[in-house]
Design a protein around this ligand. Structure first.
Ligand code: HMG
Ligand code: MG
Length: 296
């Protein structure tokens, strides 16, 4: 049976903007974040502490974390010890670490093999957990890799298992380049929900091939009740060629509400948040619910 309530983890300020060509002013990002919180978003990825040479759009991470309201889980993405230390100094309390199942993707994304990443992350994650912080582990290329093609679900499960053995609070399992179909989504999330019943499980879909909503419905049927999505459908990873935006929050919220599933998010206020960022991004926002609301 379907859940009565679903939690949306808004990733627009991070995944949505990390690949944006235009430089978005920090004040605009902060207003976008504030309006998203006003719309009822309870969990969000605010920014990432990564190398400003690799991802220039996130170079204002310190100001974002220092200034944004951090009620609820407001995540910061951190690839290494340096990122975690900087994020803590800025006042972060919810952390997201990220690793690709595929070695080639991981090398391109964080300059390490998957195993090297895991060796480096283990003590970092364990001490964050010991200090009482919330840790979310993002598993990239869980279905397909832009360099290696199809990923064996056995390898994805191994990576999930390792994170769960460290005690992470949440797994966010990602279709990084938007290639998974609903059948594959159902099968993988059924495996994950079956094996890790006490860990929060989140699905992260990119909408490259317009299967995002169908994938969400498939994951819902497999028992998933947490989804990453991005207001305006912004997004993409600079190191995953061919990936476009995340599934759009407004379209997910609308679909769920139509099915009488609560999200706590107010659609009109969400549109107001998108209005803040729309003039600053290089791509027109053409998601279903945004266009409908603007034309009505
Ligand atoms: P590197 O060049 O191997 O590492 O990069 P390094 O240690 O030699 O550092 C290079 C420079 O970055 C140094 O500065 C460091 O101090 C600095 P320099 O001495 O040259 O002036 N540096 C940092 N600065 C700020 N914060 C840090 C940090 N670490 C080092 N944390 C590194 C390795 C991991 C830093 C680099 O590869 C990197 O930043 N990668 C980030 C890639 C990224 O952000 N990708 C997108 C997020 S993942 C994603 O989108 C997928 C997801 O959405 C799920 C899905 O869809 O799959 C989550
Ligand atoms: Mg992503």
């Amino acid at each position: 049976s379907l859940p009565k309530k679903v939690t949306i983890i808004e990733v627009g300020p991070r995944d949505g903007l990390q690949n944006e060509k235009n430089e978005v002013p920090t004040a605009v990002k902060l207003e976008f974040i504030e309006k998203l919180q006003l719309a009822g978003v309870e969990e969000m990825e605010l920014t990432s502490f990564v190398s400003p040479k690799w991802v220039p759009q996130m170079k204002d991470a310190k100001e974002i974390i220092e200034s944004a309201t951090k009620k609820g889980r407001q995540f910061v993405l951190t690839p290494n010890e340096k990122g975690v230390e900087l994020a803590k100094l800025a006042g972060a309390n919810s952390f997201a670490v990220f690793v690709g199942v595929s070695n080639s993707f991981n090398k391109n994304n964080i300059n390490k093999t998957t195993q090297e990443s895991m060796v480096g992350l283990k003590p970092i994650v364990e001490s964050l957990l010991k200090e009482g912080h919330f840790v979310r582990a993002c598993i990239s290329t869980a279905f397909y890799c832009p360099y290696e093609g199809a990923i064996d679900p056995v390898k994805t499960m191994e990576l999930c298992r390792e994170f769960v053995s460290w005690g992470v609070n949440e797994l966010s399992v990602a279709d990084t380049i938007g290639m998974a179909n609903p059948k594959e989504s159902y099968l993988l999330f059924e495996l994950i929900k079956g094996e890790f019943p006490t860990t929060l499980i989140t699905a992260h879909f990119h909408d490259t091939r317009k299967m995002g909503l169908a994938n969400i419905f498939a994951a819902l049927q497999a028992g998933v009740d947490r989804f990453d999505s991005s207001a305006g459908g912004l997004g993409g990873c600079p190191f995953a060629p061919g990936a476009t935006g995340n599934i759009a929050t407004e379209d997910v919220v609308n679909m769920l509400h139509q099915m009488n599933i609560d999200t706590n998010i107010h659609l009109d206020l969400l549109v107001n948040a998108i209005d803040i960022i729309a003039p600053y991004v290089s791509r027109p926002i053409e998601t279903g619910m945004y266009k409908l609301r603007k034309n009505s």
